[in-house]
Design a protein around this ligand. Structure first.
Ligand code: EPZ
Length: 465
């Protein structure tokens, strides 16, 4: 397990390039299950979550190969396998994205319930509501979702929940609806750019989806989808993280491969707190002010401020002049970063789904512990700005969702050293072995059946009835 040693107070100057979007790549990789032929994806970032999903797809009979040109090739070679095992799904809840494509293409799926994580309760009731509406028979037993659908029939589905739309829920229902007989409408659909990217990939394969990027999707079912090549959109969350990093560390940073439209809410916040932002086509140039102003912000579904940038903005506002209030309407408990920021001198008080931040002029270096992907990013940004040295432990959280982030930051002036952490009794299942992190070629036959299913039960999910 690694940790970062960060020497703060060094301004960032130069150029960095944003990688492909993790949250677009993952549902698109899952949707490749539904394709006839070999899908070739460009711009898929080299992340632990991508490796984990590749393993899940391997266990579902997919051949997954990282080619020399860095593209990812995915081909279904054994469509009898329909079980996504707990041991893999629990490492990354987005594995649940295989549910829709499996049902649409193979008519059955057995997927482990994803379980919770450090950012709060993460049910999949809306996913299952949408799939049931299309005609799937779904039962939940022993921590698994058992789903079957001999036929999917188009219908009208309302997919809104008490926290608004669901991103991966929209992805799952979309991937099933493209095969449903007749017309399906999904209202209260997620409008995130990553969902739009999935929809464009499906349409390129022959699906008929209208309304992408709006809360109302209309899908006309088709019989099959032909595999295509697709380039994943840039990662707007990484872009936002880099813009905030430069704002906190000081200096002037040019961030390339950005779709500024996807970042409108974040750019608006940065401008409102006094940051210099210049947009040139697919490049954003950020110039840090001496000190930012305070601001009240609320994380909302797209096009609002992304909840995935809330922790980073909380770190930024902890150094603002004045009092700021940060509210997260998507994940009201997503504040694991607050106690660690306070170890660095931040002055923050939790009030329900909000945090009240009284800005301090300077943060101080400290030893802190990452708890989840975006909290670890927030701690790294704070360490860049802090006076003195910080140690950030459990950076495996960061490796799940950022591609070579410390190299990118060090190239523009940061001083981040990755070192092996003290041995800690962390369940090794959270760490992938060297072999597990290698690009994967399929040999689906070597995936053992899950422990709790008898051979007969397991075979029921392998061979058509
Ligand atoms: C996606 O998660 C992203 N992950 C998350 O990014 C992101 O934070 C989230 O969307 C919100 O934008 C991927 O795309 C892989 P949701 P998802 O379903 O789809 C509730 C990161 O850091 N809800 O949109 O799981 C849910 O509890 C990750 O990259 C239900 O109530 O999130 C939450 O409050 C973290 N029932 C809200 O909706 C459901 O069936 C939004 O969740 C589903 C969700």
């Amino acid at each position: 397990m690694d940790m970062f040693v960060v020497r703060g107070g060094r301004p960032l100057r130069g150029r960095v390039t944003v990688s492909g979007a993790k949250n677009a790549a993952l549902p698109i990789m899952a949707a490749a299950l539904a394709a006839n032929g070999t899908t070739v994806l460009h711009g898929v970032p080299d992340l632990v979550d991508v490796t984990t999903l590749s393993q899940v797809l391997r266990s579902l009979g997919m051949f997954v190969e990282r080619r020399p040109d860095n593209s990812l090739a995915l081909t279904a070679v054994d469509e009898q396998r329909c079980l996504a095992d707990y041991e893999l799904v629990r490492r990354m809840r987005a594995s649940v994205c295989v549910l829709g494509p499996l049902l649409g293409r193979r008519g059955r799926a057995c997927v482990s319930l994803p379980g919770g994580c450090n950012i709060g309760h993460r049910p999949i009731d809306l996913h299952l509501k949408g799939l049931r509406a299309l005609g799937a028979q779904i039962t939940i037993d022993r921590g698994y979702v058992f789903a079957r659908a001999d036929r999917l029939i188009g219908t009208d589905i309302y997919l809104g929940g008490s926290f608004g739309s669901t991103v991966t829920g929209t992805c799952n229902v979309l991937c099933a609806a493209v095969f449903a007989e007749g017309v399906t409408t999904i209202s209260a659909a997620a409008c995130e750019p990553e969902v739009v990217d999935l929809g464009r990939y499906l349409n390129a394969m022959g699906a008929r989806i209208e309304g992408l990027g709006t809360p109302l999707l209309r899908i006309e079912g088709v019989h099959s989808l032909a595999a295509v090549e697709h380039t994943v959109i840039p990662d707007r969350i990484e872009a936002a993280t880099l813009l905030i990093a430069a704002t906190m560390a000081g200096g002037r940073l040019q961030v390339d491969n950005v779709d500024a439209q996807h970042l409108a809410a974040v750019i608006d916040v940065l401008r409102m707190v006094g940051v210099g932002i210049e947009i040139r086509d697919r490049t954003v140039i950020v110039t840090a002010p001496d000190r930012i102003r305070s601001l009240d912000i609320t994380a909302l579904p797209y096009p609002g401020i992304p909840t995935d940038v809330q922790a980073q903005l909380t770190a930024l506002l902890s150094t603002a002049e004045g009092i700021s209030v940060v509210t997260d309407k998507v994940f009201p408990d997503r504040f694991m970063h607050i106690p660690e920021l306070m170890r660095m001198g931040a002055n923050v008080r939790r009030e329900g789904a909000s945090s009240i931040i009284s800005g301090v002029k300077t943060l101080s270096g400290a030893c802190v512990m990452a708890s989840d992907l975006r909290a670890s990013a927030a701690l790294l940004l704070a360490a860049l700005a802090a006076d003195g040295e910080s140690v950030i432990r459990r950076v495996y959280h960061l490796d799940r969702g950022y591609e070579r982030l410390e190299q990118k930051l060090n190239q523009v002036g940061a001083d981040i050293t990755r070192v092996a952490d003290l041995p800690e009794t962390m369940p090794n299942s959270l760490q992938l072995s060297e072999a597990e992190q290698q690009p994967l070629a399929v040999d689906a036959s070597d995936v053992p059946p899950p422990k709790f299913l008898s051979k007969g039960e397991f075979d029921r999910y392998r061979t058509p009835q």
